[in-house]
Design a protein around this ligand. Structure first.
Ligand code: TZD
Ligand code: CA
Length: 527
């Protein structure tokens, strides 16, 4: 007879999952015992970093990633990271160890109370199997639910007494069982949509994160070119769906109601593909859209579509609908507006490198196909203006704005994409939330380049305090943190720089290294 342990690893293998991200405790040891040689275990030192790494890995592979956390405390530590995974439609199968069934009732130490409730509402499905016999089925069910559109995290709590239980060989069916989901628009709807596009005079396109996640980038370019329409990237987009170097690219939309409607005032039709309508942030009230502007959106996610404040919203596969629409829409004859050219920043004469200049240098010296993760909050607009983000999977940002994503995500992405360079651009505030990702990068020789922008403050919050007219707010500064010492303590080569030449030199060294590097860059003179 085969055990729950046996079937679980077989199911994972059959679903091409052989990497486990985790932080173990006693409840998890019976799952991890006799760890198969064809699997790799990636140890994270804090569960926020564990889920952040798995999130990056899942996003970069386009496949569900597997996580093993320690009971309630481990799950609790991971909740911030889970909010990002939930919002980026990242397929994650998160398991946690539960107390042995015999002692759950008396609530022995490490019992996960109402385990299935704990990660809600940030999971698509959450479950604790009613018996050991159900565990293999629950694992397969979790993988299928996580991966199907709209993809997202799921959670399974497994009592540690279950692993050695022998189960029915009918479970063999789970090894070949498949779920295929396909959401193609009918001809009927496609023709209605094409009719509306063809009738419109001025059309604007918005591309969002799911274009990149569903590998629809090339179809998005063809569609925009065939239609001859300008393209914006959706507000707060966690991925880059359209090349920032393309002549149709107009920039990233502002994240406010009034800001968006004023940009689209002159258009009679806005088409949104693969983004919420819209992911607002700062509250600037106004019309959602001007009266003359209509909106049609295409999404993989019914909740996203249902919560949109306006428009006609279709649930469909993005690649399919873009390709088929491209064939039937008529090219617009209006000119695509030219984006004002961004002047390269001057070298600073001071003992610091201004962010604009730093981004220009990063852009100039990064090799082709570099992947960036970003958690330098006050410089995000500068990044979108100055970095060449081209090709699929070139940019990752915390989808829920939860800090502590971009450092571990970079480690997971680099693990998945050994052929491309991964550069993590991190603020000196953000760097503290998942700093332990440095240790995993060092131990597993994952050669991420971490660039820390050191301005000594929570810059984005200072900006927000102005927007909210909130004066005399405490807790806005983070002085006196030595990131190169911290990084060295975790085993990562690290440098502190404040001038262009120093940065260029260390960055080039880092690009040629097969180990991770941290470069701490002074970006303001008040520390
Ligand atoms: N905690 C978590 C987990 N997520 C958050 N988003 C915040 C706190 C609030 N927060 C922001 O939204 S931006 C920010 C904080 C604290 C400042 C980040 O500072 P930084 O970057 O040094 O990383 P800048 O460029 O100086 O803003
Ligand atoms: Ca900062």
């Amino acid at each position: 007879m085969k055990t729950v342990h046996h079937y679980t690893y077989e199911i994972l293998r059959n679903n091409e999952i052989t990497t486990i991200f985790g932080n173990p405790g006693s409840n998890e040891l019976p799952f991890l015992k006799d760890f198969p040689v064809d699997f790799q275990y990636i140890l994270g030192l804090h569960e926020g970093a564990v889920v952040g790494m798995a999130d990056g890995y899942a996003q970069a592979t386009g496949r569900p990633a597997f996580v093993n956390l320690h009971s309630a405390a481990g799950t609790g530590n991971a909740m911030g990271a889970l909010s990002n995974a939930w919002n980026s439609h990242t397929p994650l199968v998160i398991t946690s160890g539960q107390q042995t069934r015999a002692m759950m009732g008396v609530e022995a130490l490490l019992t996960n109370l109402e385990a299935a409730q704990l990660p809600k509402p940030l999971v698509k499905w959450s479950h604790e199997p009613a018996s050991a016999e159900e565990v293999p089925h629950a694992i397969k069910r979790a993988i299928d639910i996580a991966g199907a559109e709209a993809a997202g995290p799921v959670y399974v709590s497994i009592p540690y007494s279950d692993w050695d239980v022998e189960v029915d060989e009918q479970n063999d069916h789970l090894l070949t069982k498949k779920v295929v989901d396909s959401q193609c628009l009918s001809h009927h709807y496609l023709n209605i949509i094409a009719g509306k596009i063809n009738q419109a005079t001025n059309v604007a396109i918005v591309f969002g994160t799911d274009i990149d996640r569903q590998y629809a980038n090339e179809s998005a370019i063809k569609f925009a070119e065939n239609l001859n329409a300008p393209v914006w990237v959706a507000p707060s987009s966690p991925r880059c769906p359209f090349p920032t170097t393309h002549p149709h690219f107009q920039g990233i939309l502002p994240a406010s109601i009034a800001g968006i409607s004023s940009i689209f005032e002159q258009y009679d039709l806005v088409l949104v593909f693969g983004a919420p309508v819209f992911r607002y942030h700062q509250y600037e009230p106004g019309e959602y859209l001007a009266a003359q502007t209509k909106l049609i959106a295409f999404s993989c996610d019914i909740h996203e579509a249902a919560r949109a404040a306006m428009g006609t919203n279709y649930i469909c596969d993005l690649e399919d609908c873009l390709t088929r629409l491209s064939e039937i829409v008529e090219t617009k004859t209006t000119n695509v507006p030219l984006r004002p050219t961004v002047e390269l920043a001057e070298s600073s004469q001071h003992q610091f490198i201004q962010p604009e200049r730093l981004f220009d240098l990063i852009n100039q010296f990064s090799p082709e196909h570099t992947i960036y993760t970003n958690e330098s909050t006050s410089t995000t607009n500068i990044l979108w203006e100055r970095l060449s983000l081209t090709g699929q999977g070139s940019y990752y940002f915390a989808a829920a704005g939860g800090l502590g994503f971009a450092m571990p995500a970079a480690v997971g992405i680099q693990l998945a994409q050994s052929q491309r360079k991964v550069v993590a651009i991190i603020g000196d505030g953000s760097a503290n939330y998942s700093i332990t990702a440095l240790w995993t990068a060092a131990q597993y020789k994952i050669p991420v380049i971490f660039i820390i922008l050191k301005n000594g403050t929570y810059g984005a919050l200072r900006w927000f305090a102005d927007v909210l007219n909130a004066k005399n707010v405490p807790g806005m500064d983070v002085p006196d943190i030595n990131f190169s010492q911290i990084a060295q303590g975790y085993g990562v080569n690290a440098y502190s720089v404040c001038q262009d030449e120093e940065f260029i030199y260390t960055f080039q060294q880092a690009l040629n290294s097969d180990k991770p590097t941290l470069i701490e860059v002074l970006t303001a003179n008040h520390q």
